[in-house]
Every structure is written in C-alpha cells, then in structure tokens.
Design a protein around this ligand. Structure first.
Ligand code: DQA
Length: 145
C-alpha cells in the first residue's frame, strides 16, 4: 500500500488567490492541491489535502493523522502563533511533521515570529510561496521512504 501524507491547512487559506496576493500569491488552494497531488504521485505517495477555519477540526484531523498518515504537512495559518491545542495534538503524532508557510513569518510582524507548531515540527519551510508545499512533500518523502 502506498504511503500517505496528510496536508492540512488552517484558517483563511481557503481564500488564497484573492487574500493579500502580494503576500500569499495568486494561486488558489485548489491549484496548490492539484500541484501537490501530482508531485506526490511522482514519489508514489498519496495525499489527503484538507482545509478548515476551525481549530477543533484541525485538532481532530491531526489526531486522525496518528493512524492514517505516514507524515503530516501543516500550514496552521494564524493558529500557528496561538494554538496550544494544536501543539498538544502534534506532540501525540509520532510521524514526521513538516511546518509550511507561504510567507516568511520571520520577516513579518513580531506576533508571527513565534510558532507553537515549530515546537513539535521536524522542520519548517517558510517564505517560498506555494513551492513550499512541494519542498515539504520532498522532505516528507525522504523521511518516510
Ligand atoms: C501563513 C502565515 C501566518 O502568519 C498567517 O496567519 C497565515 C498564513 C503563511 O502561510 O504564510 O494565515 O501561515
């Protein structure tokens, strides 16, 4: 059976393409999903690509990743900077966790410079736009092969 990567997206990422395109780019989340699926296929991996604006739903999906994913890519959006609930859920996942951000969170506002997700992540990719998801799949593929 092929290995599976959960790619989870947090609040407001459903608005990609129209939301602050100068920061987040012109591509939609559907465009990113398509590119991720194609790239994962090249690694003989499947993906489960989801987005939610709800913190609890993201926690539920991270818990689901414990049994249904071999690796987890997470762009938690603004919950990155606020959510201990997401951090606790991630700490219970014994799989590679790749934190992804479209923008470089370290050259933006001070409140974006701390990430709870990073405390549980294997690594972080930030500032490469949607290509960060592709880099994240490459990193996950190497870690789980
Ligand atoms: C983001 C960065 C976060 O600070 C922000 O709240 C987002 C998107 C990114 O992908 O660059 O919603 O995670």
């Amino acid at each position: 059976m092929s290995k599976n990567i959960f790619i989870l997206n947090g609040p407001n990422l459903n608005l990609l393409g129209t939301r602050e395109p100068g920061i987040y780019g012109a591509e939609t989340l559907a465009d990113i999903e398509k590119a991720c699926a194609a790239h994962a296929k090249g690694h003989s991996l499947t993906i489960d690509f989801r987005q939610s604006n709800l913190e609890g739903e993201l926690v539920d999906w991270i818990q689901e990743a414990r049994t249904k994913a071999d690796a987890l890519l997470l762009n938690a959006g603004a919950y990155t900077h606020t959510s201990i609930a997401i951090l606790d859920a991630l700490r219970a996942v014994d799989k590679p966790i790749i934190e992804v951000h479209l923008s470089n969170i370290f050259r933006r506002e001070d409140y974006r410079k701390h990430s709870y997700v990073s405390e549980a992540a294997t690594g972080i990719i930030s500032g490469f736009g949607s290509h960060g998801y592709i880099l994240g799949i490459d990193a996950a593929a190497k870690l789980i092969k």
